[in-house]
Design a protein around this ligand. Structure first.
Ligand code: NI
Length: 177
């Protein structure tokens, strides 16, 4: 397994639309394993293949939530290949989102609080499930990446520009350091 470099905005690759997976080959399984390792190392709770430069409809998610409050985080890796939202609730909930490709910037985004989704897992097995809470939010955030959309695109222009300015400043400071 390997930790892959994560690309960051404004890299134009992040704006590219990812294409469907025709077949889950051994190479793609290796990519999935590497995506998990990259996500855990970052650390993050979700990663789309395009964030490591591969324009394929593959996501990995692991909320790493503790079994009980204050307990140790428990790993529950989930793989989503060719995910689709079948239905979404009319009700929305706000959540403060971040993204490994928009490092250290956070903002509140509203998304449907419940979605029914279909996808294939690492073995190509089809799933059709209702997802809610953080898992549903995370899936929607990661699925946006497949269309070249970032969470900052859901913000007002003012808020988005503020985040992009902060990112550019952080990058300049890193270069100067
Ligand atoms: Ni993201």
């Amino acid at each position: 397994m390997a930790i892959l470099p994560i690309i960051e905005t404004p890299d134009p690759l992040l704006r590219r639309k990812s294409s469907s997976v025709e077949e889950i080959t051994p190479e793609l399984r290796t990519l999935i394993d590497d995506m998990f390792e990259t996500m855990y190392a970052a650390p993050g709770i979700g990663l789309a293949a395009i964030q490591v430069g591969v324009p394929k409809r593959i996501l990995v998610i692991d909320l790493q939530e503790p079994e009980e409050e204050g307990g140790e985080p428990v790993r529950r890796p989930m793989v989503f290949v060719n995910p689709e939202i079948v239905t979404a609730s009319d009700t929305v909930q706000p959540y403060t989102e971040g993204c490994l490709s928009v490092p250290e910037q956070y903002a509140e985004v509203e998304r449907p609080d419940r979605v029914r989704a279909r996808w294939l897992d690492r073995d190509g097995k089809p799933h059709d499930e209702e997802l809610e809470g953080l898992l549903g939010i995370c899936l929607q955030h990661e699925m946006d990446h497949l269309e070249g959309i970032l969470f900052i695109d859901h913000l007002s222009r003012l808020k988005r520009d503020m985040i992009l300015r902060k990112l550019a400043k952080a990058r300049r400071e890193k270069l100067a350091a």
